[in-house]
Design a protein around this ligand. Structure first.
Ligand code: ADE
Length: 228
């Protein structure tokens, strides 16, 4: 799976891509992440990428020409143009079924918005998928792009050591249950004990207990999941 991230703040990404599961997946050749500075496509001595809105109003708008040129050039850098995605609070709200569908794409180009957004012609010309990570406003699309990448790489075969880890996830394949509680050593911490059933070695009992706890957890914390 290949990601091309188009941003005005490329320095935000190495810390994220350089760690943990994503870093290992990149090293193993399962995932590619290429970060591009959209400003490199802006013309003139000052590489101006934004301007004031026609009609007036606050903030700055990302200009159509450098952004569209950037996307087209980046598309040409791969063996397929890929799916263009804009992270924006105006987009369809991300959930696990969407993640599973998006994971069918081999290549995605993620456009991170800033300021008051893109010139509308960026959207009209490129016809990207518009995706929001929730009903709140971030300072820009970078963190939302990381969220998207993070959720998608889990779907790439081989990325998670144990294939069941994503298979079992809450919300995956229509799963509408939260996880059961987990424990590790020590058995007793300040009088808080690990439930006996987990120490007894009876796999059937453990599974029944976990299913019951999953249901209890879901009822208590996210009863809306059980309604649908
Ligand atoms: N950019 C700013 N806010 C956002 C959000 N909630 N989701 C995706 N991109 C964003």
């Amino acid at each position: 799976m290949r990601f091309d991230i188009l941003t005005l703040f490329p320095e935000m990404f190495p810390g994220y891509t350089g760690q943990s599961i994503l870093n290992k997946s990149i090293e193993r050749g399962l995932v590619e992440v290429h970060v591009h500075n959209m400003r490199d496509w802006a013309k003139g001595r000052h590489h101006k990428i934004d301007d004031t809105p026609y009609g007036g109003g606050p903030g700055m708008i990302l200009m159509v020409e450098p952004v569209v040129n950037c996307v087209r050039d980046v598309q040409a850098m791969g063996d397929q143009p890929g799916t263009v995605i804009v992270t924006t609070p105006q987009g369809q709200r991300l959930n696990q079924p969407m993640v599973e569908e998006l994971a069918l794409n081999q290549r995605m180009i993620l456009l991170c918005g800033r300021y008051e957004g893109f010139d509308q012609r960026v959207i009209d010309i490129l016809q990207p998928l518009e995706i929001s990570i929730g009903d709140y406003i971030l300072n820009g699309g970078e963190v939302a792009s990381m969220v998207l990448v993070d959720s998608l790489v889990r779907m790439v075969p081989g990325v998670l050591g144990d294939e069941r880890s994503s298979w079992d996830d809450s919300f995956s394949r229509g799963n509408r249950m939260l996880e059961y509680p987990q424990y590790t050593r020590p058995r007793n911490f300040e009088g808080h004990h690990v439930p006996d059933v987990l120490l007894g070695g009876n796999h059937g009992e453990v599974e029944r207990w976990r299913n019951a706890k999953s249901l209890e957890n879901t009822k208590k914390k996210r009863s809306d999941l059980l309604d649908s």
